[in-house]
Design a protein around this ligand. Structure first.
Ligand code: UDP
Length: 347
């Protein structure tokens, strides 16, 4: 890679952002990690703080930011329904004002800018699997709209800045992604099921569990980000990034119970309003334009994620699995505190 680019990652202490910062540092770049810690956590980047090329800035992107950068990855926004619905107005502001501020910064510095868009732009889709040219079926006044319409408006802004000002943009539509460093209270289905199974609590299936999702392991997704950002000028996206293998939510529950050896039962709860019934990416565009496709199966990704939550729930290195043994078993996990004294990592 080229090295020594100054790259800003908004939402850099979050689940995806922290893995991205790590990858960019490994490739020899300077990384400015920007976060307001709404759902991000300093713990996710503790292991990077000693790197002189890494800098963390507490900042909310709904306010302007004046820095000098060569590339911007705009990942900032709570992504779990429970979190983005907690303060819906702030979610819209993060997506819309945040995009305007970051695009303005890209325009001034002539930086290339990446937008973390979402499969939620397709709403509750009537086309299956979802292709990029499908325009979606979003309820503009429902509880998910703050996120869905916010992200749709951000896409609009990205393409308008591109057409009007020549800003170089990259728009990825991210499908359900999971892995280590999701918060135990993240609220999304993979982390919920694993945490419930490990605690011996009932697994909460919303609806009857026949709704589908396609789950992508975090390493695969980050690889897609890097490829999209590195794609030739003119490749703007939007481009779907996700794992095209589709599962019913109840199949996921069964897998998690079996893999954790849990005695948890299943309880059924009402399906939240506007919860999409089926979701699966068509990734032929990513395969053709980026040579990208996921490599980690759900089973393999769940193994790594379960190992992470075992470690996390045991106090971050206690009786079940120490950080170092977990790191040895899964060297690619890059745990927040791998190689550090546990006492230091969980302060
Ligand atoms: N879900 C569930 N139990 C949970 C959390 C989520 O059955 O404890 C369901 C949810 O209703 C949805 C699917 O799992 O149908 C994926 O939900 P998630 O919040 O992970 O992501 P999204 O709905 O944004 O795809």
């Amino acid at each position: 890679m080229h090295g020594q680019r100054r790259i800003m990652v908004t939402g850099g202490t979050g689940f995806l952002g922290s893995f991205l910062c790590e990858r960019l540092l490994r490739e020899g770049n300077d990384v400015l990690c920007v976060d307001n810690y709404y759902t991000g956590s300093r713990e996710n980047v503790l292991h990077l703080l000693d790197d002189p090329r890494f800098e963390v800035l507490r900042h909310d992107i709904t306010f302007p930011l004046y820095v000098e950068v060569d590339e911007i990855y705009n990942l900032a926004c709570p992504a779990s329904p429970v979190h983005y619905q907690f303060d819906p107005v702030q979610t819209v502001k993060t997506n819309v004002h945040g995009a305007i501020n970051m695009l303005g910064l890209a325009k001034r510095t002539k930086a290339k800018i990446f937008q973390a868009s979402t499969s939620e732009v397709y709403g509750d889709p009537t086309v299956h699997p979802q292709t990029e040219d499908y325009r979606g079926s979003v309820n503009p006044i429902g509880p998910r709209a703050c996120y869905d319409e916010g992200k749709r408006c951000a896409e609009t802004l990205f393409f308008d800045y591109h057409r009007q000002y020549g800003v170089e943009i990259r728009v990825a539509r991210i499908f359900n992604t999971y892995g280590p460093r999701m918060q135990t209270n993240d609220g999304r289905v993979v982390s919920n099921f694993i945490v419930q199974a490990l605690r011996g609590e009932p697994i909460t299936i919303f609806g009857n569990g026949t709704q589908t999702r396609s789950f992508c392991y975090v390493d695969d997704l980050i690889d897609g980000f890097i490829r999209l950002m590195g794609a030739p000028t003119g490749v703007t996206g939007p481009i779907n990034l996700g794992n095209p293998v589709e599962f019913q939510v109840r199949e996921l529950a069964e897998m998690v119970i079996e893999m954790t050896g849990s005695k948890s039962g299943i309880t059924f709860k009402p399906l939240p309003a506007d919860d999409p019934i089926q979701r699966k990416p068509d990734i032929s565009c990513a395969t053709k334009e980026l040579g990208w496709q996921p490599t980690v199966s759900l089973h393999e990704g769940l193994e790594r994620t379960i190992a992470y939550f075992e470690w996390k729930l045991s106090g971050g290195g206690g009786t079940m699995l120490s950080a170092n043994s977990l790191h040895q078993a899964y060297p690619n996990l890059l745990l927040p505190n791998a190689g550090r004294p546990v006492s230091e990592a969980i302060r």
